[in-house]
Design a protein. Structure first.
Length: 131
């Protein structure tokens, strides 16, 4: 199962490898058995849609996606490409548009990460609970 995770010191399992964000060597020691081991980081983006989703998710984890930066990268408009999730978050009072950017109205990184799932198509989501 391929799983992409977001957030501080999160890790993903993609194409048979564990990928993670290294926080000053802490995750290196945790996931590889020591900081002297090889550290892998990366995401394989196979389509322009996946590239756009990754760009948006990365920006929103830090709470802002710039309209001009998105347009420079993709030559398309963020508001057109993600009209559904952006309008949903605006209606819920969970997002705002200002200063040429879209941002999330969430008090914590954990809440922002949850809101980011709105930008993923349903077929990419796994909702499994260990019972």
């Amino acid at each position: 199962v391929n799983c992409f995770s977001l957030g501080s010191a999160s890790y993903s399992y993609i194409l048979g490898k564990v990928w993670y964000q290294d926080i000053e060597g802490a995750s290196a020691a945790l996931w590889t058995g020591g900081a002297d081991k090889q550290i892998y980081r990366g995401v394989a983006l196979r389509s322009s849609f996946e590239q756009k989703v990754y760009f948006v998710l990365n920006g929103l984890c830090f709470n802002r996606v710039s309209f001009p930066a998105y347009k420079r990268f993709f030559s398309t408009d963020l508001l057109n490409d993600f009209a559904g999730p952006i309008n949903k978050l605006l209606r819920q009072g969970r997002g705002k548009i200002s200063n040429n950017s879209f941002s999330l109205l969430a008090p914590s990184i954990a809440e922002r990460i949850k809101l980011c799932f709105n930008f993923l198509p349903k077929e990419m989501l796994i909702d499994k609970h260990d019972r």
